[in-house]
Design a protein around this ligand. Structure first.
Ligand SMILES: Cc1cc2nc3c(=O)[nH]c(=O)nc-3n(C[C@H](O)[C@H](O)[C@H](O)COP(=O)(O)OP(=O)(O)OC[C@H]3O[C@@H](n4cnc5c(N)ncnc54)[C@H](O)[C@@H]3O)c2cc1C
Length: 478
């Protein structure tokens, strides 16, 4: 490992993942630490209690307080708002047109297109909210480039383009030649691709912290450092924390991958780890590969690698190994092996950055759902949830916020009539099969992806295991 670290030019905070917060969150806190939100130290009554202060919880509070400014809302966050994946992700607010095949299989063509349009609206709404409330979250809508790095990916691109055409939205997904991909972001590994216009980059932690600021200005109670240790259903619902209790008419559970420990939700997800690395500023290197348009870019591996630029000319790059685990622990934040795997991917795709050090790295859990898509709904008439983003929650969590706010207020809106709201959900197998199966499939997918990228035939066993979830009816894997 040590020789890999030196060869990959990993330095500084990249060597201590988990010891410090993500670079995004440190940057956002340095720019504006925000007002104090002390832990809950009393018992209180509220109209709505929201468990979790990531994007889902914050957007829900945002839309609830927009709909009814006098509503008593309490957000309870174990860490700080944005301390979870919402302040650690790649900042890809991306559309769902690449998910059309799965969406059509689940909801039919009309439902699938409505879902895609709802996400498109969320991407625009994120920009609109940032502009309205002066949240400087580096929002830039420049679209999304899918870059093929293996022959098998041409077929994937062709299918995405065809699916958009068949759905009556050909403008949403366009084919790109190798030359067109490399004109936007030049890597010798890119040999073709596709372009989805629905894609905006954000600084995720500035967005989370900015929403927190707006909510405080609106009088929403936010208690950080406040873990909900027990939750009692009923009317009112009761959230019990170490030094206080909130009783509320309505409750929203917005805890993402931590739902693996929430009995009524645990079988709806598995938690996988995901890691990102960040280069030192190198604007001249970025300009030299022509990547000045701000596009989001990813490859087309099943274990996807995704990358974007920052305002100060860095590349933030995600992907690589990742582990599946039963509970959220240090494997999701402190895994140097996963950092090395992400760095290897970066060095492979961007050889002209060899002398640019990788100066930061961090990880977090993603909540993988059986459908590869999130589900929103109500567990009880007064307890609502959103989860299952499967590593793609920046734009969908805005939609979740709109849906959950309407479920709480009982509004009969277009949002609550979307097909993924209260749709029947598939469960994963019980433990320990869930975690063991997820870990095995994850490794098999990576082995298959790596073989394909190197122009080799995947090992038949790894290939069969990678394809097993689909055979069992889960919309995961190749
Ligand atoms: C490395 C990485 C990169 C990613 N990149 C992208 C990307 O580029 N684009 C994209 O769309 N998505 C991406 N994602 C996924 C995206 O970050 C998530 O889907 C999204 O942030 C989910 O928001 P959330 O509010 O539901 O969850 P979270 O941000 O996880 O918030 C949940 C919160 O609940 C809190 N909590 C949990 N249990 C309790 C409890 N008992 N009491 C109180 N609080 C509790 C947690 O501390 C946490 O802050 C990435 C994820 C990771 C880890």
């Amino acid at each position: 490992m040590a020789s890999n670290v030196a060869k990959l030019n990993l330095t500084g905070d990249a060597l201590t993942p988990g010891a410090q917060r993500s670079w995004w969150l440190r940057e956002a806190l340095a720019s504006d630490p925000g007002a104090e939100c002390p832990p809950l130290q009393m018992n209180l009554n509220a109209d709505v209690v929201i468990v979790g202060g990531g994007f889902t919880g914050l957007w829900t509070a945002y839309y609830l307080s927009s709909a009814n400014p006098s509503l008593g809302i309490a957000v309870l966050e174990e860490d700080i708002c944005g301390g979870g994946p919402s302040g650690r992700n790649g900042g890809f607010a991306s559309g769902w047109w690449d998910e059309l095949d799965g969406l059509v299989a689940l909801y039919g063509c009309e439902g699938a297109v409505r879902a895609c349009r709802a996400i498109s609206r969320s991407i625009d709404l994120i920009g609109h909210v940032c502009a309205t409330h002066r949240i400087d979250a580096w929002y830039a809508k420049a679209g999304y480039v899918y870059a093929a790095t293996a022959e098998q990916h041409y077929e994937v691109c062709a299918q995405m383009v065809e699916a958009a055409r068949e759905a009556g939205a050909p403008e949403e997904m366009q084919p790109l030649t190798a030359r067109e991909v490399r004109a936007r972001c030049d890597s010798p590994a890119f040999s073709g691709g596709a372009f989805m216009r629905d894609g905006a980059s954000v600084h995720p932690a500035r967005l989370a912290r900015g929403l927190r600021r707006v909510l405080l200005e609106r009088g929403v109670r936010i208690h950080e450092g406040t873990r909900v240790e027990r939750f009692e259903n009923g009317a009112p619902a009761t959230a019990i924390t170490p030094r206080g209790t909130v009783r509320a008419r309505q409750a929203v559970i917005a805890i993402n991958a931590w739902a693996t420990g929430w009995p009524s939700l645990s079988r709806r997800l598995v938690a996988w780890s995901s890691y990102m690395i960040l280069t030192a500023p190198a604007p001249e290197h970025v300009a030299a590969i022509g990547w000045t348009g701000g596009e989001l870019v990813s490859d087309l591996r099943t274990s996807v690698r995704y990358f974007r630029t920052t305002r100060d000319g860095r590349i933030a790059f995600g992907g690589g190994g990742g582990r599946a685990k039963t509970s959220i622990g240090k494997a999701f934040t402190h895994d140097m092996r996963a950092v090395v795997e992400a760095a290897e991917g970066f060095r492979l795709l961007f050889p002209t950055f060899a002398d640019v050090p990788i100066v930061d790295a961090w990880g977090g859990p993603i909540d993988v759902s059986p459908t590869h898509l999130p589900a929103f709904g109500s567990l009880l008439p007064n307890v609502h949830y959103a989860l299952g983003y499967t590593g793609n929650g920046v734009a969908p969590s805005n939609l979740a916020g709109r849906v959950l706010a309407d479920l709480v207020t009982g509004a009969d809106s277009e949002e609550v009539r979307l097909p993924m709201v209260n749709s029947p959900s598939r469960a994963f197998p019980p433990q320990p099969f869930r975690a063991l199966g997820a870990a095995l499939v994850r490794r098999a997918i990576i082995a298959k992806d790596t073989a394909e990228e190197r122009g080799r035939r995947p090992n038949p066993l790894a290939n069969a295991i990678a394809r097993l979830p689909r055979k069992l009816g889960y919309m995961l894997g190749p």
